[in-house]
Design a protein around this ligand. Structure first.
Ligand SMILES: Cc1ncc(COP(=O)(O)O)c(C=O)c1O
Length: 421
């Protein structure tokens, strides 16, 4: 199956910018209209769009090769298993894990974090132990830890953030102590766009023997991730934010930790032998994949990853950075608009408020102009509390967005201001 984007020329120098006009033709949905206007899709941090190669890989799988995996000796089951396990190898390579045993297919980042909370943290936590997270986490990296703290008597410690939306490193150091059992940190903030310099945090955690989980939901789509270079113990991401299907994601786990962890869910596929007296669990990674997996999802995600790799993660990052810089410059010129989250290192996310205009009203007016942004708390209520706002408007860019779309965002915001402010 062909996964090469029309714009990717093999062997092209990394610095060559992405040809956006050509790339956009890979994404059928970008050609549609909304409210009589061409769609201007700027809600990529919530979920990105899919290129044709991903969509076709899923329909081709269902049309030609679908059967259940791992169980059948018949031809279709073997084909489906080969595609599914081939996808695992693609994901292993994508994050540079040492082994496919370290790649667990899950529903997404949320499920990955819950798995680690229940299977790694819960059996290891004693009353009085501590888990450290930061103030800018998505609820998916807060609530599972609160639940496991309730179950175990452990305590959740929160690293404060600064007014620019950075995780305060000195406060982090001050929080670490001999009861710290885990650091769970966003790699990139979904609400503010802050790129957390996770390497510094990991180094200090490792010095003290503290395992680290990174929530990579907003990082994996936009930058090259190398779990060995990062030296993290767990890394989680979601397919639907990186041009792949919904309902599929990856938990990377260091093999020695996964090996020692009990299964999270029980059922088919995660066992080697079952009797009423005793069950022998399957080996990694299957021990953590109970039941029939999302086979088509894994196949589609692998094709999405190959699409991103063919474009080049460095070129994707450069394209998105250019859009962020341009959007930041233009938005700052709108009277009454305040950008929330001004860290020097940001992914292509701009959160903002407009004086005297509720973000939801902004979102509705922008929608009537064909411009899709997100408004609300972005599943990061503590971040909203910190900045003293109930909600923000958030534009988030992908490599297939254009400067002209930034201009449309700005024009639509002017319309909204004239109507509402
Ligand atoms: C930083 C971050 N973490 C976790 C999640 C949860 O991802 P999912 O809903 O795909 O499980 C999101 C989704 O917005 C996110 O942005």
């Amino acid at each position: 199956m062909s996964v090469t984007p029309a714009s990717a020329v093999p062997g092209a120098p990394a610095a060559r910018p992405i040809d956006v006009a050509t790339v956009r033709r890979d994404f059928p949905i970008l050609a549609r209209e909304v409210n009589g206007k061409p769609l201007c899709y700027l809600d990529n941090a919530a979920s990105s769009q899919r290129p044709r190669s991903v969509i076709h890989s899923i329909s081709r799988y269902y049309e030609t090769s679908h059967a259940n995996v791992h169980r059948g000796v018949h031809r279709l089951s073997q084909e489906a298993t080969d595609l599914f396990e081939g996808a695992r190898e693609t994901l292993r390579r994508f994050v540079n894990a040492r082994s496919v045993r370290e790649i667990i297919f899950v529903r997404g980042t949320t499920e990955a974090i819950n798995l680690v909370a229940q299977s790694y943290a819960r059996p290891n936590l004693q009353p009085g132990d501590e888990i450290v997270i930061s103030w800018l986490e998505h609820h998916a990296n807060i609530v599972p830890w609160q639940m496991v703290c309730e179950q175990s008597g452990a305590r959740l410690r929160v690293i404060p953030i600064t007014r620019s939306g950075e995780v305060d490193f000195d406060s982090f150091l001050a929080l670490l102590n001999d009861r710290t059992r885990l650091l769970a940190l966003a790699h990139v903030s979904n609400a503010l766009g802050t790129v957390v310099p996770v390497e510094r945090f990991i180094l200090e955690a490792k010095r003290r023997g503290i395992p680290v989980l990174l929530d990579g939901a907003q990082a994996a789509p936009h930058m090259a991730v190398d779990v060995q270079a990062l030296d993290c113990d767990f890394y989680c991401f979601s397919g639907h934010k990186m041009c792949g299907p919904t309902g599929i994601g990856v938990l990377y786990g260091r093999e020695s930790l996964l090996e020692a962890m009990p299964p999270w869910q029980g059922g088919g596929d995660m066992i080697l032998a079952v009797s009423f007296e005793r069950t022998v669990y399957n080996e990694l990674p299957y021990k953590f994949e109970a039941g029939t997996p999302h086979i088509a999802g894994a196949i589609g995600l692998a094709v999405a990853v190959e699409y991103l790799e063919a474009l080049g993660l460095d070129r994707i990052a450069a394209a998105e950075q250019a859009l962020l810089d341009y959007a930041t410059e233009r938005l700052q010129q709108i009277p009454g608009l305040t950008i929330v989250g001004t860290a020097p290192e940001k992914a292509a996310v701009v959160s903002f408020t407009v004086e005297r205009v509720h973000p939801h009203d902004l979102g509705t007016i922008l929608d009537s102009e064909g411009v899709a942004i997100r408004t609300g708390h972005h599943c990061a209520m503590p971040v909203m509390d910190f900045f003293g706002v109930p909600a923000t408007a958030r534009a988030s860019f992908a490599f297939y967005n254009t400067r002209a779309e930034v201009d449309r965002l700005v024009d639509a915001l002017q319309v909204a201001r004239e109507m509402l402010a």
